[in-house]
Unconditional design. Sequence first.
Length: 302
Amino acid sequence: MTTDSVPVRRSVRLDYFELTKPRITFMVTLTCLVGFVMASPGGIAPLPLLAAIAGTALVAAGSAVFNMLMEMRTDALMRRTRERPLPAGRLRPVQALAFGTLLTVAGLLTLAFGAGRLAAAVAFVTWCSYLLVYTPLKTRTSLATLVGAVPGALPPVIGWAAARNALEPGAFILFAILFLWQIPHFLAIAWIFQEDYERGGLPMLPVVDPAGRMTGRQALANTIALLVVSLAPTAAGLAGPLYALGAALLGTAYTIAAARAAARRDLASARRLFFVSILYLPILSALMILDRTGGPLSGLAG
């Protein structure tokens, strides 16, 4: 092989990697970890944890590949997505189909045999609702954002199910937190890329609400609700005062950013809201893990 072929091979690998939406897959995996840790007060079982993380990451990556495949034509119309591997023609649809199928099946099997059938079932529901409900709705209604927040909020439930083999109130508290976090986050993205979504024929709320009044109200209402709900883990005995203080501060910052975006309704405030949103979730997740374990996974069981 000549050295000229090396960049080509590397580019193909990167294209396949891009199909998995790595940033989203990472956040999905992180929230699965949170669910597992929060459901494991007596110590974390390493093998089920690894199976839950690996299986969830594979299913999330597989669903991302299928999503890119289903939205190939739409992506080709939008500036921020038209250079993705499929609309740009660097990978063929049949390659994406095979890759997505492999990832999804491997992930579901890993969950079923390593983390339990309940965890695999929740992951399968997540995959189906994301691809068979949310993705088709994106071209039809702005309510798709609310629908899409459901599969987006299920990863911690997968983690909880893997740890306890049951769906208990704590799992639904984590679901509610993640559900509410997503609405302002995705509204900020749609606000920033309003023209692009309109070009792609996607009726996101900022597209059908160009003045931004309804978008701002929805973002603010959900951050206020999140501020309240994020304290539920402490009320339910799942977290202590360290978490409660951090959640209150984070929720206040998120609400202030949403309030400014609602008042100003400009691109700069939407960008600030987005920035706060991407800081909020990993910091809140870290607080949950630290508060629950007393340190970075220091409660690992032998």
